[in-house]
Design a protein around this ligand. Structure first.
Ligand code: GUN
Length: 297
């Protein structure tokens, strides 16, 4: 490939790291203002069990909180923790006025009812936006705490296409509670025409080919190839898949990056696309949670 062509392709890569850095700077400024008013924003992170990926995510979240001046508390429990004891920990955090955000890292061990735990978190401290009160509020387009990954994706799309997404057709591949469903609600709020496709969708290719914006969140390595896309689509790859390539471990997305890049107007890489935005929006949500608890801030 010529250097000119390579540079053109490079310009299409949405730099999640740099946009996340911008978001974190906004958060840092907000945190300073809040501290001047006597409130010290604090995020509590709860981790049960020893899933290695969850340990990495939690460490990254705590580190980033420290960078932007948010106080963090970590609660690590072994796999055997009972549901009752986890609910008691959440009770304590719910009633502690110095804690503004609570995040229970998922997945939880099988003997713990995930929905029961998420419903136990005070909706005003629910920085994941997973409580049904927040899910309902989001689907009504109200200004509630919304899930970090899809909220970060909307920011990436707006940084790429501008603030007005009205009338654009967004196709979301995947219907998870963490990404697919909230993504649909958030893009509807932006006046997009939204289609959610999944493993049972007929003519998946044909539907995806209608997308001005395609969000891939299925957890299937390299599933979306150029044949799924209309020319000049914007592609957001939420997938984080660990694969072995030539015997070496590698992170890849749900989108076949090299195949798709020549076809799109812009796309996110993996890593360095959506991932940094998830953490940045967790910090933004912690500030929003502090403001919900102290409306005078
Ligand atoms: N596990 C994978 N993604 C998430 C997330 O966004 N929040 C929580 N709490 N756990 C997760």
């Amino acid at each position: 490939m010529s250097i000119a062509l390579l540079q053109r392709e490079d310009n299409k890569i949405i730099d999640g790291k740099s946009i996340a850095h911008q978001v974190l700077q906004e958060v840092q400024a907000d945190v300073s203002k809040i501290k001047q008013k006597g409130i010290d924003p604090c995020l509590a992170v709860v981790l049960v069990g020893d899933d290695p990926a969850s340990h990495v995510y939690v460490r990254n979240k705590v580190e980033k909180a420290n960078v932007v001046g948010i106080r963090s508390l970590e609660f690590r429990f072994d796999e055997q923790l009972s549901e009752v004891d986890l609910l008691k920990t959440i009770d304590t955090l719910n009633t502690d006025p110095t804690v503004h955000g609570i995040l229970v890292q998922l997945p939880l061990p099988k003997h713990i009812d995930e929905i029961k735990v998420l419903e136990h978190i005070d909706p005003k401290k629910d920085v994941d936006g997973f409580h049904s009160e927040n899910v309902g509020g989001m689907s009504q387009g109200r200004d509630v705490l919304t899930p970090c990954t899809p909220t970060g994706c909307v920011r990436l799309i707006k940084e790429t296409l501008g603030q007005d997404l009205s009338g654009l057709h967004a196709v979301i591949v995947g219907r998870s509670n963490i990404v697919g469903k909230p993504m649909a609600a958030l893009l509807l709020k932006e006046n997009c025409t939204v289609t959610v496709v999944h493993s049972k969708t007929q003519d998946l290719h044909l539907v995806c080919q209608q997308a001005d914006i395609l969000v891939a969140a299925v957890g299937r390595p390299n599933m979306i190839t150029a044949s799924y896309l209309k020319a000049d689509a914007v592609v957001i790859d939420v997938g984080i898949n660990r694969v072995l390539e030539d015997g070496k471990p590698r992170l890849v997305g749900d989108v076949a990056f090299n195949d798709v890049l020549p076809m799109v107007s812009a796309m996110t890489p993996v890593p360095g696309g959506v991932g940094p935005m998830t953490i940045a929006y967790l910090m933004k949500n912690t500030v929003q949670a502090a403001r919900l608890q102290h409306p005078d801030l």
